[in-house]
Write a protein that binds this ligand. Structure first.
Ligand code: PMP
Length: 330
């Protein structure tokens, strides 16, 4: 019988699916890796599991300990799943701009959520960085994974995401495209794919216009989970051969097209990554095989990217959701 003993055992081994509608004629084959099929709904389940395993091994996290992380979403959910399996307490600290739905999702898994004011600088004692550091000091058995500096993050992608892509493409992948947030995905999976192919596979990082990876100075941009205003140590800048910057408008428009034309309800960083993947696919032509990683699902963005009023308020709206102009006779 194939019965998992806990949902955490089902992290990873996500499928590849070819994008057909959004890819222009004459382009490379583009295959999307569907990370929302992880149990917690994102690629972050992978790093959560590995960070906890390594902390258990090193003794940084002891039985009955408390996981404390400043996070507002996917990493929190991943950590909460693993914590529940292993009996740890979870405290997540997030700024008050994080939606009620996201806070409730983390609470639903049993985590405690501390909300801090957004409008204070990071060094302020009430900032979510300061509060999480204080809790780690004050709580006996407290451990902060710190996904931005924890080497277990990229390592998880080196051990799982990269090998899965290599195996599922029979080693025929030519280009790997992924968004860059902490940098863990591109660093780990990219390093594996370069090593296993003797440097043949090209690695392309994608970030929002304005973020440091593509030469910007920081914010502002609206796509969530990617781009930074500092250089995290989870990111190895030697791995990507190229960084492509994508605007919020193009990222969100492609995100909506993925739902409508490919039946992939995914998040905004997925649309962003696909815009870059299509640029690579057009440039490289039909002999290439481009794999693009789609980190999470679209349910968490229904009131933003999939809401015409929100899209219009930023001037992003190109095709209203209920417009049928591209479909004859409906
Ligand atoms: N997309 C989303 C929605 C994310 O939450 C993240 C993680 N911050 C990323 C992309 C980028 O992944 P990484 O942190 O591995 O660079």
């Amino acid at each position: 019988m194939r019965i998992a003993h806990h949902i955490v055992e089902l992290v990873g081994n996500t499928p590849l699916v070819e994008l057909t509608s959004v890819v222009p004629a004459g382009s490379a084959t583009v295959a999307a890796k569907i990370e929302y099929l992880n149990p917690g709904g994102s690629a972050k389940d992978r790093i959560a599991l590995k960070m906890v395993e390594e902390a258990e091994k090193s003794g940084a996290l002891k039985p009955g300990g408390t996981i404390i992380e400043p996070t507002s979403g996917n990493t929190g959910v991943g950590l909460a799943l693993v914590a529940q399996q292993r009996g740890y307490r979870c405290i997540f600290v997030c700024p008050d701009k994080v939606s009620e739905d996201k806070r409730n999702t983390m609470r639903a898994y049993g985590a405690e959520v501390h909300v801090c004011p957004t409008a204070v600088p990071p060094e302020h004692p009430d900032s979510y960085y300061s509060v999480s550091d204080r809790l780690v000091r004050e709580i006996d058995g407290g451990w902060k994974p710190d996904q931005y500096s924890n080497p277990a993050g990229p390592q998880s992608h080196y051990e799982t995401t990269g090998p899965e892509i290599w195996a599922d493409t029979d080693g025929k992948i030519t280009h790997f495209v992924a968004g860059v947030g902490t940098g863990g995905t591109i660093t780990g999976a990219g390093r594996y794919l370069k090593e296993v192919s003797d440097g043949r596979v090209k690695v392309i990082g994608v970030d929002p216009e304005g973020s440091v990876y593509s030469g910007g100075s920081g914010r502002p941009y609206l796509v969530e989970g990617v781009g930074e205003d500092f250089w995290p140590s989870a990111y190895d800048p030697e791995i990507p051969d190229e960084i492509i910057a994508v605007s919020d408008a193009d990222s969100f428009d492609m995100t909506r097209r993925l739902a409508r034309e490919e039946a992939l309800l995914v998040g905004g960083s997925c649309g962003m990554a696909v815009v870059a993947a299509l640029e690579v696919a057009e440039r490289e032509g039909p002999d290439a095989l481009v794999v693009v990683l789609l980190p999470d699902g679209g349910r968490g963005y229904l009131s933003k990217i999939f809401n015409d009023d929100w899209m219009s308020s930023y001037g992003f709206l190109r095709t209203p959701l209920d417009s049928h102009t591209d479909r004859p006779d409906v």
